[in-house]
Design a protein around this ligand. Structure first.
Ligand SMILES: [Zn+2]
Length: 407
């Protein structure tokens, strides 16, 4: 027998409906057993709580969070959001950026997220101000939240005009960014931009996560090309295509072709329903398109599709709460996923995008968990109860009993 567990989550309901004690030793689940009669030692009584693999947030923008009261997006669409953000970002002071990022992370942590990937603007116009501030927040949160930074390079990053931004991107990778990001569809030469960003990532041994279009223009085709570029170059790290809005309005045959290419290239997709429902389709006052990617065809092609929250109360989504259960709800209501698939998109699939190991509620798996008052998963996503307990590396990091566990 091993050491006694550092934490026992007593009487929790498992996703399959069984009631059990879940023992944790260090940062791993060590046993799932029949519930004991009484609390003892490291056991915390959590009857009435559903225990789930913790959600992860695969797509945030911590530089923009909580600015909705400071910046007005006059048109409500993407261009209005970008323009108002660009005006504001020139003036954002370091302390304010770090504070807002930290507040947003604590909200996400309280909602059950134990891992977050944030994009942060970098480039000749902003330098590395956002990166430096969020690296500081990341240090503060170490042990409570796994925080990954994608350096979201300004356009252009292709051709001679892109050299300056690419130099800042390389500096960002050296100064603490984990992932190469960018928005090729906004670049004057999207395909050259994608080639450049893949090359920078290859040099730094880093994954890539691109904003691969937030437009309902059918003519935009960066995504199919990205799959071809990744396959051709044998790029060895994980590649993620975020948003992929135009795929939602393409011809079915083309969607199938692109889906097959993404699956073959091992590229994951992140759908951000809240932001893209808010921003897209404003020029279609009737039969308004939803701005979501082609969820069902991507799943049918075998592509890993995660769900992201994207914006938290900023000009891109004034109502974001940093709650993955909100994202799951929208994937059900607007994306027509079954509840189980919607929760998998914000947990298992989101962790896959981040390159993190799988979590199952079984011995040997990482103790990255969310306990939430609910009878079952549908009820959890419907009620989105705020009284949650978040467990990261085997320790309770948010909610009641915070600090319990020694992992
Ligand atoms: Zn984004």
């Amino acid at each position: 027998m091993g050491e006694p567990p550092s934490l026992v989550l007593g009487g929790v309901t498992l996703p399959d409906g069984r009631v059990a004690d879940v023992a944790i030793s260090g940062d791993r689940i060590s046993a799932v057993t029949e519930p004991a009669a009484a609390a003892a030692g490291a056991r915390i009584e959590l009857r009435g709580h559903l225990l789930l693999p913790a959600p992860a947030e695969p797509h945030a923008h911590l530089d923009k969070v909580l600015t909705a009261g400071l910046i007005e997006n006059a048109t409500g669409d993407l261009e209005g959001a970008v323009e108002s953000w660009y005006r504001f970002r020139a003036t954002a002071p370091h302390r304010d950026i770090a504070d807002r990022a930290l507040q947003a992370c604590l909200r996400m942590l309280g909602h059950g997220c134990t891992a977050v990937r944030t994009h942060l603007d970098v480039g000749t116009r902003t330098g590395l101000r956002f990166l430096d501030a969020v690296v500081e927040a990341r240090e503060y949160l170490r042990g409570r939240l796994h925080l990954e930074i994608a350096a979201f390079v300004d356009v252009p990053s292709s051709g001679p005009a892109g050299a300056g931004n690419l130099a800042v991107l390389a500096e960002a990778m050296a100064r603490g960014a984990d992932v190469v990001g960018g928005a090729p569809y906004r670049d004057p030469d999207p395909l050259a931009c994608q080639e450049e960003l893949l090359a920078v990532a290859a040099r730094h041994g880093a994954p890539v996560d691109l904003h691969t279009d937030e437009t309902l223009e059918e003519s935009v085709s960066c995504l199919g090309e990205l799959a071809a570029q990744v396959t051709r170059s044998g790029f060895p790290h994980r590649v993620t295509a975020s948003h992929c809005v135009s795929l939602g309005v393409q011809e079915p045959a083309r969607v199938r072709r692109i889906g097959a290419g993404l699956a073959a290239a091992g590229i994951g997709v992140v759908c951000c329903p809240a932001t893209n429902l808010y921003l897209q389709g404003r020029d279609h006052p009737v039969a308004t398109p939803r701005g979501l990617t082609a969820l069902a065809p991507l799943a049918a092609a075998g592509v890993t599709v995660a769900g992201g929250g994207d914006n938290i109360q900023d000009p891109f989504n004034p109502l974001g709460r940093g709650d993955p259960l909100d994202t799951a709800m929208l994937l059900v209501l607007a994306g027509h996923l079954p509840v189980e698939a919607a929760y998998a998109a914000v947990s298992e699939k989101a962790r896959w995008v981040l390159g993190l190991p799988e979590v199952r509620i079984a011995p040997g798996f990482p103790a990255e968990l969310l306990a939430i008052p609910a009878r079952d998963l549908r009820g959890a996503v419907a009620d989105r109860d705020g009284r949650r307990i978040t467990i990261h590396c085997g320790r309770i990091v948010a909610g009641p009993h915070r600090g319990a566990g020694t992992g």
